[in-house]
Design a protein around this ligand. Structure first.
Ligand code: TYD
Length: 392
């Protein structure tokens, strides 16, 4: 049974950028903790078809950081595991698989726009959601897989046990399942409550993952802590008792235990800090607005959908959002309907303050926008607490 600890109110589809003002779908975004498995999940899941369809706008290849991240990941996995067959669940625009041979790599991607793309690029792509029926079909058509990879996708799947069982079914005897998702520990440490939105059905701790995987006969043998997406864990799992357990597993479990991730009280404290962050953010934005400053947001992220809708931030405070993704430009942000424009169009001398909606790309963005800071511009971030950034 999940116990609720945080309510972020009425929220829209986080990546549902709109062509025009229209009646939007809203749901109650609240989060709970399962005392038994230690899993943190949304209290109410949103139907997958509402979020992942042919108008899905998140392109992993849009970011230099993510392209480099996946190229390095692929290189290292090839070197250490030398898999004969590779499959990715949630292959997006092919940013990871394109580092592997077309002959022995298959993809699973429910968003038709991306599935078509990777198919056209020569990678056999199943345009479906991940479940046990699909796993059976793949085993029949393509055989078992030596490497099953998934990035920022497992945490999207409400029935997570079924998803893990489906992986187990198609993992070869010595196969390895590698998946990475935002880390619960980092979210708690950094106060980054904006990791919570419709797509993130769960925010994983290593502790909860170990409990869940154990149930179905998979075992975590290595954990890597990553910087991407605001702090993630990369989990390496295999069939139980088939590999030596690396010390990184115990290290992560101990770290999570000492941060209280197994206790409900930790989450109640986190919920208090979220309320405080909201008050402080509204205070600082209102202050700059009252000084006549022009405030924009940098990066039309799903994360900022949570913040803007939870804090009630509209065009009264933020004039517009700048974002490099063509499919988001010219649209309105979900819920609060703030316009999105390209940085070329909107990030000019008239801007005084920029809220860092894409704080997870802080380094890349500050580097790119050095001139803005040198000319007296100011970035604002809420991670790990409300802070002004005046220098690179
Ligand atoms: P992302 O980190 O994927 O956030 P979420 O998972 O919360 O949606 O999105 C980053 C967004 O920021 C994406 O729309 C691209 C945009 N962006 C810029 O506009 N400029 C940049 O320099 C970078 C790195 C990202």
């Amino acid at each position: 049974m999940k116990k609720k600890f945080l309510d972020l109110g009425k929220q829209p589809i986080a990546n549902g950028f709109l062509k025009n003002k229209t009646d939007e779908f809203f749901f109650n975004l609240s989060v709970g903790f399962d005392e038994k498995t230690k899993l943190v999940s949304l209290m109410e899941f949103v139907s997958l078809e509402k979020m992942f369809n042919d108008s899905y706008v998140y392109h992993a290849s849009q970011s230099k950081t993510m392209k480099k991240h996946f190229a390095e990941t692929a290189f290292n996995l090839k070197k250490t595991l030398n898999p004969k067959t590779v499959m990715e669940i949630g292959s997006n625009d092919g940013v990871f698989i394109k580092n592997f041979s077309k002959k022995n790599t298959i993809a699973v991607e429910p968003c038709e726009n991306f599935a078509k793309k990777t198919n056209n690029d020569g990678y056999k792509t199943y345009p479906s959601f991940w479940d046990i029926e699909l796993a059976k079909q793949i085993v029949k058509n393509d055989g078992k897989q030596d490497l099953v990879f998934s990035a920022n996708c497992m945490c999207h799947i409400p029935d997570i046990l079924n998803a893990f069982e489906s992986v187990k079914l198609l993992l070869s005897e010595s196969g390895v399942f590698v998946f990475e998702d935002p880390s619960l520990l980092k979210m708690i440490e950094r106060g980054s409550y904006d990791q919570i939105y419709d797509e993130h059905a769960h925010i994983f701790s290593v502790t909860a993952l170990q409990n869940l995987l154990k149930k179905i006969g998979l075992e975590i043998f290595k954990v890597e802590q990553l910087d991407v997406h605001g702090g993630s864990n990369r989990i390496y799992a295999s069939h139980a008792s088939s590999r030596q357990i690396d010390s990184s597993v115990t290290h992560s479990l101990k770290e999570e235990e000492s941060s209280g991730l197994d206790k409900f009280d930790t989450y109640l404290k986190f919920a208090e800090s979220v309320k405080q962050s909201k008050d402080e953010l509204l205070k600082i934005l209102s202050f700059y607005k009252s000084q006549g400053c022009k405030i924009v947001s940098y990066g039309a992220t799903s994360k900022s959908t949570t913040i803007f809708n939870y804090c009630g931030i509209t065009q009264d405070l933020i004039d517009y959002i700048v974002d490099t993704t063509p499919s988001k430009q010219g649209k309105l942000s979900p819920g609060v309907n703030i316009p999105v424009v390209s940085p070329e169009q909107g990030f000019d001398n008239s801007v005084d303050v920029a809220f860092l909606g894409a704080w997870n790309f802080k380094k890349e963005i500050l580097e790119k926008e050095k001139k803005f800071l040198q000319n007296g511009g100011l970035f604002l971030t809420h991670v790990p607490h409300i802070k002004e950034i005046k220098h690179v």
